[in-house]
Design a protein around this ligand. Structure first.
Ligand code: HEM
Length: 508
């Protein structure tokens, strides 16, 4: 009898405890939801928020970022608020310097960002703040800063251009594929092969003549697109619930991430088995100081993301602009013919450094089409930006390289023109303040692959422009972008390819 009483008391105590636990969880969740809703100010009826909520901006603008650019150009301070998103967006270089350098500690990537990308990037450099970021930054900058690794990277790029890109373009110019290619797709294949060889020492062969469908490249695309789409849902609770139930886009995302992770893990265990001390790729270098395989995987996946889509996006924007600016193309050719030897296909590192006009053209195209169109941070404490904008603790602050490139107050009245000369003084390339041009970010977290990326871009442009005529074969007068972590053109970039000068001989 005593045992029964004790057991029923125990049962009722545990039932009370469970009830309390669930009530507390429910109240806490409701409270968090309330705070979230209050912070978003969903009742805001200002013109910007109304336009955002009703999507009426789509009537006038092709891209979301073009609508933002329009709002930012109209704003006297170059800063606007989208209250329903709890987001302050700025194009003011003083604000950018303040966020990225002066008060760097108050503007980390923050928890909302790392939660969105956490499943794909784990603890990789892109997704962490604090000590873990400092450690990876130090290691990565030692590696990427070394002359040996830059030489190694350029060898990979040169080989990929010579053995795959040029033959593919030559066969297209000779009439295969009706002389037309999706250049965005080709550039993504090229940069994926390059970054995989560089990071893992693995060749996925995406740019082989048959243009094979690569499972890893597809999984990687899908994972970054669906991760970026998480950031666009009205409330994070929507995607978190789908993830919990493993349904819809979250189920697909999980599958794609598994493919990426499996490949990375396989590479790591192969390297361990075969030995890594004599290998030059980034993974082998990191393996000599890190033993944790999951951490290694996260680091390498971040590099894949960093180096693939950015370079391809930058080159896609470049060829889009070049196609409608034949005078820029002629000046690039003049420089290439002056610096490179006759018959030379790909420039050397030293020759690239002497190509000031090409450098200006590449910088100029990324001013108008930055691969990373905007970047957000989350304020740790209440703050006031240099232009007087109040920032509430916990809210999102976004600086906007895409809109900055189109601001008269930043670049003058001819800011919409593609004009490589604006970067030259007496024929010599002159960089500008990085907070005015935060295409590679700036300050403490400035891109570590900047020099590598520029060298890769210039090698590709030099090799293509010296030998081929490339013309965009699309009726669109503006680029339309897909939502994603990096700029990606909707529908690709169809181009016609011809051997240099061959079209001039055509009587039509
Ligand atoms: C045109 C090409 C590129 C552009 C425009 C670019 C731009 C950027 C931007 C905007 C960031 C800051 C991102 C953020 O904090 O969320 C960044 C960070 C970074 N980039 Fe790049 N990137 C390019 C190519 C590369 C390449 C080829 C590599 C490596 C091989 C690379 C390695 C990195 C790394 C490691 C970081 C993290 C730095 C940190 O958080 O401290 N990037 N890049």
């Amino acid at each position: 009898m005593r045992v029964e009483i004790a057991s029923s008391m125990l049962q009722s105590t545990s039932a009370t405890f469970i009830n309390l636990f669930f009530s507390f969880t429910a109240i806490f969740s409701l409270f968090s939801l309330l705070i979230f809703i209050l912070r978003m100010k969903p009742w805001c009826n200002c013109e910007t928020c109304r336009s955002y909520l009703t999507m009426s901006w789509t009537g006038e603008f092709k891209n979301f970022i073009d609508w933002y650019t329009h709002l930012l150009r109209k704003s006297p301070t170059g800063t606007v608020h989208v209250h329903v998103l709890g987001n302050t967006i700025t194009t003011n270089p003083e604000n950018v310097e303040y966020i990225l350098k002066t008060r760097f500690d108050n503007y980390p990537k923050g928890k909302p960002f790392s939660t969105i990308l956490g499943d794909l990037l784990g603890r990789g450099i892109f997704n962490v703040d604090g000590e873990s970021w400092k450690f990876q930054r130090k290691m990565a900058s030692l590696e990427l800063g070394s002359v040996a690794i830059r030489t190694y990277a350029l060898e990979i790029v040169t080989d990929e251009i010579q053995s795959r890109l040029l033959p593919l373009l030559a066969s297209t110019a000779a009439g295969q594929r009706d002389g037309v290619l999706d250049l965005q797709d080709i550039l993504r294949r090229l940069s994926f092969d390059n970054i995989c060889k560089f990071s893992f020492g693995l060749d996925p062969g995406c740019l082989l003549p048959s243009l094979p469908i690569s499972r890893i490249a597809m999984a990687f695309d899908e994972a970054s697109r669906l991760s970026a789409e998480r950031a666009m849902t009205a409330s994070p609770m929507a995607w978190k619930l789908k993830r919990l139930l493993n349904i819809g886009s979250e189920k697909i995302l999980k599958g794609a991430i598994n493919v990426v992770n499996d490949l990375a893990e396989e590479m790591i265990s192969q390297r361990r088995y075969m030995g890594f001390s004599t290998r030059k790729d980034l993974l082998s270098r990191f393996m000599s100081s890190i033993n944790d395989d999951i951490y290694l995987r996260d680091i390498v996946v971040s590099f894949l993301l960093a180096g693939r889509d950015t370079v391809a996006a930058a080159l896609t924007g470049f060829f889009w602009l070049l196609s409608s600016h034949p005078q820029v193309e002629s000046l690039i050719r003049e420089e290439l013919d002056r610096i490179m030897d006759p018959g030379q296909k790909v420039p050397t590192f030293d020759q690239i450094r002497r190509m000031h006009y090409l450098n200006g053209a590449v910088y100029e195209s990324m001013r108008l089409f930055p691969p990373v169109q905007f970047d957000s941070k989350y304020a740790v404490e209440d703050d006031i930006l240099p232009d007087g904008t109040f920032i509430q603790k916990g809210t999102r602050v976004t600086y906007h390289p895409y809109a900055m490139g189109r601001m008269e107050r930043v670049w003058g009245s001819n800011c919409l023109e593609f004009k490589p000369e604006r970067w030259l003084q007496e024929g010599v390339f002159m960089p500008v303040c990085p907070f005015k041009y935060p295409v590679f970010q700036a300050g403490a977290r400035v891109c570590l692959g900047k020099e590598l990326a520029l060298a890769e871009m210039k090698s590709v442009v030099a090799a293509i422009v010296r030998r081929f005529d490339i013309r965009v074969a699309s009726a669109e007068s503006e680029l339309r972008f897909l939502p994603g972590l990096t700029a990606s053109v909707r529908g690709g970039l169809p181009v016609q390819v011809g051997e240099r000068g061959s079209w001039c001989l055509d009587p039509n």
